[in-house]
Ligand binder design. Structure first.
Ligand SMILES: *[C@@H]1O[C@H](CO)[C@@H](O)[C@H](O)[C@H]1NC(C)=O
Ligand SMILES: *[C@@H]1O[C@H](CO)[C@@H](O)[C@H](O)[C@H]1NC(C)=O
Ligand SMILES: *[C@@H]1O[C@H](CO)[C@@H](O)[C@H](O)[C@H]1NC(C)=O
Ligand SMILES: *[C@@H]1O[C@H](CO)[C@@H](O)[C@H](O)[C@H]1NC(C)=O
Ligand SMILES: *[C@@H]1O[C@H](CO)[C@@H](O)[C@H](O)[C@H]1NC(C)=O
Ligand SMILES: *[C@@H]1O[C@H](CO)[C@@H](O)[C@H](O)[C@H]1NC(C)=O
Ligand SMILES: *[C@@H]1O[C@H](CO)[C@@H](O)[C@H](O)[C@H]1NC(C)=O
Ligand SMILES: *[C@@H]1O[C@H](CO)[C@@H](O)[C@H](O)[C@H]1NC(C)=O
Ligand SMILES: *[C@@H]1O[C@H](CO)[C@@H](O)[C@H](O)[C@H]1NC(C)=O
Length: 490
């Protein structure tokens, strides 16, 4: 474990020199703040929650690494449908590309092409799913070359002098990470070709060699497909073998990929050690009781409900300091990894959910529907949409193959005039009704199908490029939600 020691000494120096960025207290996490002295079961519960993003990292990148390798781009050619269950809560507004970033012994150069007249974002994530930097249309990012490099203890975007040949550097706090370029798709059949052409112009190349600080990122390192999708919604019943597989992978990556918050480096590694994670291996103590660890994890997951922030009209999400870039909010980080992996920071996007009768979403009988009455067009610089998901966070099959409505849809006002395409800004209503109950013709454009026969489901608003009125406490009146009988032709 020579490399490990070398790495820890760099971190120690960073701490001493005071240049370890982002050092905030941990106000939001019950584990790191109030419970440092832990039993093996408590420590195991923490390790599951802390390490959970590795499950989604592997699920998202295993196929990318086996098909194109690391530091290479893989572009999705179509948006998600209800037939796939690859990504949870996929958005159907943008086309994604994926880059498994490995900066363990190279810098990497990414070329951002010129992208006109549409929203796009290149979000950068560390290994633990923290969205620590973004380039894109909201930033008026100039097309050209950007340098990706591993800078222990430091993260974020940095401008570089012209003579370097780069427009800037994206400093990764961990050697492994992820870039997930997203390009908005206009609702128009020829647009797919235009976006494919843009994707083809994104280039990723190896740059300068650096002192190796970690082993190369590989499919084997990520567990070679052994990680099971652990459902984290309490009361989660976590399978012990799946937990062990997860913690084995966490043990392998943790030494080189410390928490971004410098204050957490020591407490996190000491709790992980109590869980049996040290020197790259997972060797649990014989005193671990996995049932008890599961219960402790459930209590922590449930306790985050107290931390949600309410917008108006009963829409909610987590507060800005625990959205996209989670800092020390490890429990929220794990929940979002499970329900909405690769969230963006709130500067880039808001993802309000409707609280309904509780945090777990909406529910309809087969003869019921919801109406969502919008006060007016949401004020966004990017785009907005409303997407419905089944209770496992996947898209809902329906005869229209429609998963989402928003600013690129043919929504109509009550007088059947189009909402978008004119300057008029008034109130309009979206109808959420089971997929097997077709509404009258004048509602068709505004119909977002719910599960056939009714059932539990959730909806997400997405505000990309939100403006002031949309943030918590802002002036925009969120949609008013009402449940009533299904609306059917008379
Ligand atoms: C990009 O814009 C966002 C939102 O305005 C801002 O928070 C972020 O710092 C900007 N990033 C860069 C690299 O300038
Ligand atoms: C579809 O998009 C293309 C490119 O953005 C545009 O040229 C064309 O006019 C659009 N077609 C329709 C029917 O809106
Ligand atoms: C493990 O924990 C569970 C739940 O707290 C408890 O019911 C069980 O008796 C414990 N098992 C052992 C062997 O201590
Ligand atoms: C549309 O009107 C609503 C309600 O008055 C307002 O909150 C919103 O900002 C307006 N949207 C735009 C895009 O101007
Ligand atoms: C949700 O959708 C996925 C993908 O279609 C499916 O596998 C799963 O069974 C559905 N879950 C529920 C609760 O209907
Ligand atoms: C695109 O427009 C069609 C026709 O109005 C509509 O059925 C569909 O839902 C729209 N797609 C999205 C993603 O809004
Ligand atoms: C459809 O028509 C009914 C009856 O005239 C009306 O109450 C309703 O607002 C209309 N809905 C839409 C979306 O146009
Ligand atoms: C829907 O959720 C409620 C409350 O969470 C639960 O009691 C009920 O069993 C769920 N229904 C289905 C069909 O899963
Ligand atoms: C839906 O059906 C149930 C029984 O099948 C009935 O009790 C209920 O009143 C109906 N709800 C509406 C809104 O029609």
């Amino acid at each position: 474990m020579m490399l490990y020691r070398f790495f820890m000494s760099i971190l120690a120096w960073g701490a001493i020199l005071g240049n370890v960025g982002n050092a905030q207290p941990s106000p939001l996490d019950s584990f790191t703040n109030t419970k440092r002295a832990t039993s093996p079961s408590e420590a195991t519960a923490f390790a599951i929650i802390y390490g959970y993003p590795m499950i989604q990292y592997a699920a998202s990148l295993d196929s990318v690494i086996t098909s194109v390798g690391t530091n290479a781009i893989f572009s999705e050619k179509n948006t998600a449908t209800a037939d796939e269950a690859a990504i949870v809560r996929p958005n159907v507004d943008t086309l994604y590309s994926k880059i498994a970033v490995d900066l363990s012994s190279y810098e990497v150069v990414i070329t951002i092409p010129k992208i006109d007249d549409r929203f796009y974002v290149f979000p950068f994530y560390d290994l633990w799913s923290n969205n620590f930097a973004n380039l894109g249309s909201l930033n008026n990012t100039a097309p050209g070359k950007y340098l990706l490099r591993h800078t222990p203890g430091r993260s974020g975007f940095e401008s570089l002098p012209k003579d370097t040949g780069y427009l800037g550097a994206v400093n990764f706090p961990t050697p492994y990470g992820l870039v997930l370029p997203r390009i908005l798709l206009k609702n128009n059949s020829t647009d797919l070709d235009i976006v494919h052409a843009i994707q083809d112009q994104i280039k990723v190349e190896k740059g300068r060699q650096t002192i190796p600080l970690a082993p190369p990122l590989s499919y084997e390192l990520l567990g070679s497909g052994t990680l099971e999708p652990l459902a984290l919604t309490p009361p989660a019943a976590l399978d012990t073998n799946s937990v062990k597989a997860l913690l084995t992978v966490v043990a392998r990556v943790a030494p080189y990929n410390p928490p971004a918050n410098a204050r957490d480096i020591i407490p996190v590694s000491s709790v992980l050690r109590v869980a049996g994670i040290s020197n790259g291996r997972y060797s649990p103590s014989t005193f671990v009781n996995y049932t008890e660890a599961n219960q402790i994890a459930n209590t922590a997951l449930t306790s985050t409900e107290k931390l949600i922030q309410l917008f108006n009209n009963e829409w909610f999400d987590y507060p800005p300091e625990a959205s996209g870039n989670f800092h020390s909010s490890y429990t929220i980080r794990s929940i979002i990894a499970y329900t909405g992996y690769l969230q963006l920071v709130q500067d880039e996007a808001l993802y309000p959910e409707y609280i309904g009768s509780g945090i777990h979403g909406l529910s309809l009988a087969g003869n019921e529907s919801y109406t969502l009455t919008f006060s007016g067009k949401p004020p966004v610089k990017g785009f907005w949409s409303l997407t419905a998901y089944n209770s496992s966070s996947y898209l809902i099959p329906n005869p229209l193959n429609r998963y989402s409505l928003g600013d690129r849809s043919s929504l109509t006002y009550d007088d059947s005039q189009l909402v978008y395409g004119t300057g008029r800004n008034g109130s309009f209503t979206i109808l959420i009704q089971p997929a097997d109950v077709a509404p009258p013709v004048n509602w068709t454009n505004n119909w977002l199908p719910a599960p056939a026969g009714g059932g539990n489901f959730t909806v997400n608003l997405r505000f990309y490029g939100p403006t002031g009125p949309l943030y918590a406490g802002g002036a925009y009146a969120y949609p008013v939600v009402k449940k009533q009988a299904v609306i059917v032709p008379q």
